[in-house]
Write a protein that binds this ligand. Structure first.
Ligand code: SF4
Ligand code: SF4
Length: 496
């Protein structure tokens, strides 16, 4: 076993209110500079919708991530050779229009306006040229239900639905949406790293944070094409690539990343997990239907004495192991099996997991036009307003059973707690729900506590960073990863 530690995250989508505070906290801290105007390292999308940059999920257009060819993983971008041949011409990049032309308002029009009969108006102006502009798009242009008919209808995940399902979906009374906050997944098998011809992107040895060396970056932008989540950006001012750094300077001081710290809905969980790096290639090469389970399997039980022994042998400090034991990520992903990766079929092994939103499932529209809870909770899954197939396209490479299993758990927790506290559901029904969801009452209490009551230090268990120790041991360098063979996939430029 080659045990490594990784900072990982869970987003509980039932709790996201789409307030964008996370995005603003990140923007103010890291991308408030020339060249970064259009960048949102953290953004919040409305789903169904086309996202930011628009249609980033369409890998036929962008060729991001990995594909399996004769059982072997290869970059969808093509071989290293073809990548190098095309290095001066790369059409698989989003344009500024796909992101949006960054704008602000000429506030001086308000402040300096002379006294007059009309209310002064602040005109929108380009943040790049300063010229007046008509705003036609933005990073959250299709926020909530604005423009659903256009943006939601073009969501690539809706292709999984039949014509009839799509038609029904867009009937006004059926319209439904949820928020999907996105940031770099700090993947275990990052295609951005593999796509970089300069070896400028690397995964930090001690915590798995994926970073771009500003000294080494040559601005080829292959990482932008290679990342299927489009979470690496090109700074036109510095000529270098930039991306989410998971607020490592904050975390090294014991603080949670700004987006997590500021999250209004308290939907974000953070913690360290232990995994077996020798299994990266094997896991990422599984058929679509086995990807979620295989990724879950890679995460190791931090309470297992053998895992602890091996982790210590691999240079992981006992304090990190203890932190992994308190990690809410291990609970949500592995123990409770409720958090799923976004688009696992891109095979980057993302380390950000989502609890799919249940809310649209349980309510139906009555004749009188009111929403009410379904009496038969589990059969309501079949008639979910956001079809299970759509959610499976997002979170389980099309494996509907994975999504249904999570929904059963979410429903069972609600039923059980409702029976216990409100009393309008019998305990017998509640126990039946628990059996169906394969949950124990203790697990329900644990899930309920972590979802509804846990404090900030339980939701975000920032591991001790021991940075000096990592430098002393040499585990912070790219060379270290090579020596340890940490996912040979990280370094495909070698041996060209
Ligand atoms: S999401 Fe994954 S592939 Fe994309 S930039 Fe982050 S680590 Fe790289
Ligand atoms: S701050 Fe939290 S609740 Fe608000 S949009 Fe971001 S993730 Fe959602």
């Amino acid at each position: 076993m080659n045990i490594r530690s990784q900072v990982s995250m869970v987003f509980h989508l039932d709790k996201c209110i789409g307030c964008h505070t996370c995005s603003l906290a990140c923007k103010n801290l890291w991308t408030d500079r020339p060249g970064t105007e259009y960048m949102w390292w953290n953004n919040v999308e409305t789903k169904p919708g086309t996202g930011y940059p628009t249609l980033y999920e369409d890998q036929e257009q962008y060729d991001g991530g990995w594909v399996l060819e004769d059982g072997k993983l290869r970059l969808k971008l093509g071989s290293k050779k073809s990548e190098l041949i095309n290095i001066f011409y790369n059409p698989r990049l989003p344009t500024l229009d796909d992101y949006y032309h960054p704008f602000t308002y000429r506030y001086s029009d308000l402040v300096d306006a002379p006294q007059g009969d009309d209310q002064p108006v602040a005109r929108p102006i380009s943040m790049i040229t300063g010229d007046d502009m008509e705003i036609e798009a933005g990073p959250n242009w299709d926020d909530s239900m604005s423009g659903s008919g256009i943006y939601a209808a073009n969501d690539p995940n809706l292709k999984t639905l039949t014509e009839e399902e799509r038609r029904r979906f867009f009937e006004l009374q059926q319209l439904v949406y949820f928020y999907l906050p996105r940031m770099c997944n700090h993947c275990l098998n990052p295609s951005c790293v593999a796509a970089c011809p300069s070896g400028a992107i690397y995964k930090r040895g001690e915590d798995g944070i994926v970073l771009v060396s500003q000294d080494k970056c040559q601005g080829w932008r292959m990482c932008v094409s290679g990342c299927p989540y489009k979470k690496v950006y090109f700074n036109w001012n510095s000529g270098k690539a930039e991306k989410c750094i998971l607020c490592y300077p904050r975390m090294e001081m014991g603080e949670a990343p700004a987006c997590m710290h500021s999250c209004v809905g308290k939907i974000r969980y953070l913690g360290v997990v232990l995994y077996d790096a020798d299994r990266i290639e094997e896991t990422a090469s599984k058929p679509d239907s086995e990807l979620v389970e295989a990724q879950r399997d890679m995460l190791l039980n931090p309470f297992d004495p053998e895992v602890i022994r091996e982790a210590l042998k691999c240079g992981i400090d006992l304090k990190i192991v203890e932190s992994a034991q308190k990690s809410p990520i291990y609970k949500y992903v592995k123990q409770w099996r409720m958090a799923l990766p976004l688009h696992p079929e891109w095979r980057t092994l993302p380390m950000l997991f989502y609890v799919p939103p249940l809310l649209p499932v349980t309510a139906t529209l009555t004749q009188e036009g009111c929403y009410e809870m379904e009496a038969d909770f589990f059969s309501s899954l079949e008639s979910a307003r956001l079809p299970i197939r759509y959610m499976a396209s997002l979170f389980s490479a099309g494996d509907e059973a994975e999504v249904i299993a999570v929904y059963r758990k979410l429903l069972a927790v609600r039923i059980f707690k409702r029976a216990e506290t409100v009393g309008d559901i019998s305990m017998e029904t509640a126990r039946h729900a628990l059996e169906e969801a394969r949950l124990t009452p203790e697990e329900v209490e644990g899930i309920y506590y972590m979802t509804a009551l846990a404090g900030a230090d339980e939701r975000m268990v920032v591991p001790p960073f021991l940075r000096e120790q990592a430098i002393e041991l040499g585990v912070d360098t790219q060379d270290f990863q090579e020596q340890r063979g940490v996912g040979t996939l990280y370094w495909p430029t070698r041996g060209l």
